[in-house]
Design a protein around this ligand. Structure first.
Ligand SMILES: [Cu+2]
Length: 173
């Protein structure tokens, strides 16, 4: 299913669930008010069940949600290939000529002068990923290339007079 379909389904389910809760509450609160001494013990009982149910739902939801986020995939594995790259006005030093296809790759970026960008564009000029190259920092960009061909790297941070010409490239094969 497309991601838009999943989002629509999730929101639809939430709307139906919310409406059901409204209907149940409205139906159960009809009629004359009952004495407090009769209602209070039942109320506390419901509150206890509600608290533990909510806690259980939250624990499960966070457990599932944590697995669905892409962050765990960003961790470098034993087969990850690493490329340390140094950006400067107006070039990317130590750029690889060939980057392997289909395996996790990490571009480890730093800069020796000012802030630069490191943005990878695929063969159809679509951006694949980007990271900042900053003096005094080492920033990682994790990519697994699923298409072979020539990729262009462009600086996306205005870094000086020749910024527009700051480019690099590599071949994925
Ligand atoms: Cu630049």
């Amino acid at each position: 299913m497309e991601i838009q379909g999943k989002i629509l389904l999730t929101y639809g389910a939430l709307v139906v669930l919310t409406l059901a809760v409204f209907v149940i509450v409205a139906a159960s609160s009809r009629g004359a008010p009952r004495p407090y001494a009769e209602v209070q013990p039942r109320g506390y009982g419901v509150r206890r069940v509600w608290f533990w149910s909510l806690l259980a739902v939250l624990v499960v939801a966070f457990g599932v949600w944590g697995r669905l986020t892409p962050y765990s995939k960003a961790e470098a594995g034993p087969d990850t290939v690493s490329f340390p790259i140094v950006a400067r006005q107006y070039a990317f030093e130590n750029m690889p000529e060939v980057v392997p296809y289909g395996v996790p790759v990490v571009f480890n970026l730093t800069s020796i002068d000012v802030n630069h960008g490191f943005a990878i564009y695929d063969t159809q000029d679509r951006i694949v990923g980007q990271v900042q190259a900053m003096p005094g920092y080492a920033n990682d960009l994790h990519v697994t290339f699923t298409e072979r061909g020539k990729y262009i790297v462009r600086c996306l941070e205005f870094c000086g007079i020749n910024h527009a010409f700051m480019q690099g490239s590599f071949e994925v094969k």
